[in-house]
Design a protein around this ligand. Structure first.
Ligand code: SME
Length: 162
């Protein structure tokens, strides 16, 4: 299950193929942890130039708790008030950060990270958590990457009981 992705930016066509593969991969299983584990591994394998890909899930009123991921060990808990993940949860809006060093409050789990994309997971109006992707390359994530990863999150949410 590999897709030819050229260079740093997978085009929208590449992501359309990835979305179809995610639907196939998650078909028949609706468990949150199992599907999140599969999606983090799938993204880490298929999207080039990442050093971390994984989930944080909402815990209580104002915290994120580490979920399934690929990459180096990471922060366990992130308050909504902190970091790129916290901003995505608070604002319920994707955060595409070209230079993490310029983002106030960025939490450096892996010192190699230079850019980051965090997509909130919202199902039935409820915030479930966030999907966080990190890259060692500055400005790794284009608008096309954002749209493509958001489409993968939509496929994941449609396939999963949260
Ligand atoms: N950099 C994130 C923290 C999570 S790690 O990158 C895995 C942030 O600032 O929210």
């Amino acid at each position: 299950m590999t897709v030819e992705l050229t260079g740093v930016g997978a085009g929208l066509e590449g992501y359309a193929m990835l979305a179809a593969q995610v639907e196939a991969l998650l078909a028949g299983e609706r468990n949150l942890v199992a599907n999140a584990a599969q999606l983090s591994a799938f993204i880490y394998q298929e999207v080039p130039d990442l050093n971390w890909a994984g989930f944080y899930f909402v815990e209580g009123d104002d915290q994120l708790l580490l979920g399934p991921f690929q990459g180096k060990v990471a922060c366990m808990r992130i308050p909504f008030s902190k970091g790129v993940c916290g901003a995505a949860a608070r604002e319920r809006r994707t955060q595409r950060v070209e230079d993490v060093h310029a983002f106030p409050g960025h939490i450096a789990c892996d010192a190699a990270s230079r850019s980051e994309l965090v997509v909130p997971l919202v199902q039935g109006g409820r915030l479930i958590g966030v999907l966080d992707l990190d890259s060692p390359h500055p400005a790794r994530f284009s608008a096309a990457d954002q749209a493509g990863i958001e489409a993968l999150v939509e496929a994941f949410l449609a396939a999963t009981d949260c």
